[in-house]
Design a protein around this ligand. Structure first.
Ligand code: FUL
Length: 471
């Protein structure tokens, strides 16, 4: 048991995974011919002549992201319709055949530059499914085409923080189903952009399992290795007898990483979740959704569930036919950013005092209050339960507590927060995973003393931050 739990506790993120988790909140941008046809999926027969955003302004997109507090942007450089937002030399089906800037423009370039100027990171979505490209279905030929396009995007546009793959797959004009060469795609990405994460149909970041913004209560970062390959849609469909393998998991399963699940597994991996959803019902812009922009409450709910629940939050913003983020979405993003900035402006635990039931040499409890991400508290190895009491030095009105584990392992499995009122400890919050970050939200309360009870953890818990706020 001990060996096994130690193994689980020692699974670590790669540097690129840790860097993505630090970004917390970033944008998806869906923009292509669909913006002009009012569709969600194009079929590849769209005439490039329809692509003509009259007031396209990538800086306005970046400003909207920054207003909301987002740290990056992932652009649909090519969606399922095959139209390329950059002048690829491997097809004519791109901006170069459109009237926009007389065919001389490059949306990818302008967005990548605006991101860099605005201080946010730039990432790409490139759909493997391509309903325009004639070689699609002729597997080897299309894989070469796709890799050529990946190379263009990964070499000509500076640093890329993420390559986002969706697994949609179909038949080509030859009536054959395309077989994607994922390993070849991954090795090109690793070679050309070693710091980029490969998300969803990729080994680094896991899809949360839905597109509605629903977040799991327990979102584990350490999960069975078989989950990673089950994202590769083709492999899954070719799988005939699951019993020959250790059970294959699906990103939609409710529990992916509790002790019960991982104890049956030979091999575990660090594979954290990303919650992706749109600010409107559709991924692309539709004028009749102008009054269907998600409310501030909904967005906050998803933010707390994802960023506050050990996942990242990828929120889609669809630019309109002008090539701008619509006024309604912009206003909402500003509101969201202001609310979050106001809530987390002042950490009321700064200067507080803390005591722990047990401390290991070099991992003192003061580290949970020092504002440093890489220092942390921990008890002796093998101690799976612990108690930390925090004294705010004065009675304070509070409604948020932010907890963070050491970002290089996932240990805590069950915890409770309590506050002292009239000499009695009262339950304030209970949860499972803390991981990268757990934001505990609750009704206003007034207290000077708060305590964290760690009831279950793997091998020994760690805690890097204990922050207190009044939003
Ligand atoms: C899906 C696609 O089919 C949607 O159009 C959208 O791009 C979403 C993010 O992924 O699988």
């Amino acid at each position: 048991m001990n060996d096994w739990i130690q193994y689980a506790a020692q699974i670590k993120p790669s540097d690129r995974q840790a860097a993505l988790q630090e970004m917390e909140f970033y944008a998806f941008i869906h923009f292509t011919v669909n913006t002009f046809t009012d569709k969600e999926w194009g079929d590849g027969t769209e005439d490039p002549a329809i692509f003509n955003p009259t007031q396209f302004d990538a800086r306005q997109w970046v400003e909207s992201c920054r207003d909301a507090g987002m740290k990056g942007l992932i652009l649909t450089c090519k969606h399922h319709d095959g139209f390329c937002l950059w002048p690829s030399q491997f097809t004519e089906h791109s901006v170069k055949s459109s009237p926009w800037k007389h065919g001389e423009g490059d949306i990818v370039r302008e967005v990548a530059d605006a991101c860099r100027q605005g201080g946010i990171k730039f990432g790409i979505y490139l759909s493997p499914w391509d309903r325009h490209e004639p070689s699609y279905g002729d597997s080897q030929r299309y894989n070469t085409y796709f890799i050529n396009q990946l190379r263009e995007l990964l070499t000509n546009y500076g640093d890329i923080f993420c390559v986002w793959f969706d697994g949609a797959c179909g038949e080509g004009p030859n009536g054959k189903r395309q077989e994607y060469d994922w390993d070849a795609y991954y090795s090109v990405i690793r070679k050309l952009q070693p710091n980029a994460v490969i998300s969803v149909c990729g080994p680094d970041i896991r899809w949360c399992g839905n597109e509605a913004g629903y977040c799991r209560e327990s979102e584990w970062s350490v999960v069975p290795e078989s989950l990673r390959s089950s994202e590769r849609v083709q492999e899954k469909s070719q799988q005939t007898d699951d019993r020959e393998f250790s059970r294959r998991y699906d990103s939609q399963d409710r529990d992916l990483g509790s002790r019960e699940i991982i104890s049956k597994e030979q091999k575990l991996v660090w594979y954290p979740a990303e919650v992706n959803t749109s600010i409107r019902p559709g991924w692309f812009y539709h004028a009749d959704e102008d009054d269907k922009v998600r409310s501030l409450d909904e967005l906050l709910h998803i933010y707390y569930g994802s960023v506050g629940g050990n996942a990242t939050f990828l929120l889609n913003l669809p630019p309109d036919q002008r090539g701008l983020i619509h006024e309604n979405d912009r206003a909402r993003l500003k509101e969201l950013g202001e609310t979050l900035r106001n809530t987390f402006r002042t950490n009321l635990a700064e200067g507080a005092a803390a005591v722990a039931s047990e401390t290991r040499q070099g991992y003192g409890v003061q580290h949970i209050l020092d504002g440093k991400r890489d220092t942390f508290w921990s008890p002796e190895e093998g101690t799976e339960q612990a108690l930390i009491e925090v004294d705010l030095l004065d009675e304070k009105i509070i409604n948020h507590i932010v907890l963070k584990e050491n970002p290089y392992s996932q240990r805590i499995e069950r915890f409770e927060l309590e506050y002292l009122e009239n000499g009695e400890w009262k339950l304030l919050y209970h949860g499972t995973v803390i991981g990268y970050k757990r934001i505990c939200r609750f009704e206003d309360l007034k207290s000077r003393y708060i305590r964290l009870k760690i009831n279950e953890s793997r091998w020994c818990p760690t805690l890097s931050a204990f922050e207190v706020y009044r939003g």
